[in-house]
Unconditional design. Sequence first.
Length: 457
Amino acid sequence: MSGSDASAARARRNVVVTAAIAGLAGLLFGYDTGVIAGALLLITPEFGLGSLAAGMVVGAVPVGAVGGAWIASTRADRYGRRRLIVASAVAFIAGAVISAVSESASELVLARILIGIGIGVASAVAPVYISEIAPPSIRGRLVTFFQLSVTVGILVAYLVGLAFADADEGWRWMLGLAAVPAVGLGLGILRLPPSPRWLMMKGDESAALESMRRIRPPDENAIVLELQEIRTSMGEDTGSWKDLLRPSVRAALMVGVGLAILQQITGVNTVIYYAPTIIQEAGIDSASSAIFASLGVGVINVVMTVVALQLLDRTGRRTLLFIGVSGMSFSLFLLGLAFLGDTGTVTSVIAVFSLMLFVSSFAISLGPIFWLLNAEIYPLEVRSRAASVGTMTNWLFNFVVSLTFLSLIDLLTQTGAFWLYGLIGLVTLWFCWRFVPETKGRSLSQIDAIFRRRARK
Ligand code: BGC
């Protein structure tokens, strides 16, 4: 290998490692998502929680996350992406430790609001940071490290939940152990280069050049060209909330916010949170089979996200959305159908198959692609605000769907509820076909140009 090949390989390794460390932010969110159902089974009798209090313990995180994403909206520009990710890790560590030693439900709720704030900040900022350091040719793959960490976090949490299910006050371990990845994230992120785009926005071109040299092959011309492209794309925005109303930003926000809502209201978290219940209701009676089914859901979610990682920059975002969302709708209709028949072996086999197909389809489409597009479609000077709006919306609808799922079943039966999600899947297909642009291989500045053109039409 020649010297310049070796430097190019080193630069590529640096950028991949940088994205992987920043992507760890997803672990915080995945871990909490996966751990709380199991922990709650133990917390409820210990603190004598009624259903309202239990709902508050669970809901404190998404509500805190809406606040966290809001906090990130302007701070990510003022203090920089990396500092905010460090702050999110600190909030998360404090929240995990306090919740592990809580002596009352109200202490627990406050600690979980803090955790939520950490998660909200991390999920608004980490994908944006990765998209800003990534070269266009592998940006899809690198931003998907974030979603991959979410899925790994969910799986690890299921396993930790199983390990401590019978331990004395096992829930304290389940909640406290969440601090471990957060420490890794906080320490790791400090060593990474600041986002060159953020530095350009701050007017510090020499620091931007320095940062680029750490993550790009040693080709000064290409680096200068990339910086120039960033400079030109920093057009007329002043970086205020009013800029979000500019027609091209509005067009991009419609895609980001639309996908934020659709990612949640197609029902993914009903499966992530309630898989064992769904499976039991479909006729598999033993608790251990139901737990295995949720482990299966966790594993398949990770595996298919790895598949998405390989495909996003080759097949493109739109194609994967079409395939994945069609699979989601189909499996939801099938799941609804399963609940029409008598409970029995056939019904439960169909239910398990539909759940697996649903999660696989989500993992190659709406799962990673919402976070990716929400990080890459907004112009630089409004990026952190607009991405925060998408993130806030996502957490808000996450909260609404988890809160309403069981009542929806009371109202419509399981069949009706899953068919409703399936129908929303069809609306999602139409939305993607009509509004989502292909961003594969395009630089962030070129993507910005797509929305400017749309706004002129
Ligand atoms: C969603 C989460 C969901 C997770 C499942 C994420 O993209 O935002 O709400 O729990 O995927 O893998």
